[in-house]
Design a protein around this ligand. Sequence first.
Ligand SMILES: [Zn+2]
Length: 115
Amino acid sequence: MHEMAIVQSVIDIVLQEMDRHGVEKLKAIHLAVGRMSAIVPEQMRMCFDILTADHKLAGAELNIRMVPVTYRCRNCDQEFTSEGITFKCPYCEGPDPDIIFGRELKIESIEVMDE
Ligand SMILES: [Zn+2]
């Protein structure tokens, strides 16, 4: 289950951020996950619960937003998104656009618990 390693690295980054800002408790973590990442949100949440039990992140909500794949055309440099795999630029019909976001995951924001 590769989610476990991914969630662990998210937790590490979040903990660093919390330290940096002197935050003790989080309400939620918002993630954006590319549609081509093969990440299963339910498994991510399950791993998060396991990894944060007995932890200062316990109880924080893991919010996962699936985002479309973002491409950049090699021919005209336009960026566009698609729900799936595409091989053609919608602007110039150029072939084989680069995927600039879609296989990865990013932390969009963390929500601090109000005192
Ligand atoms: Zn193009």
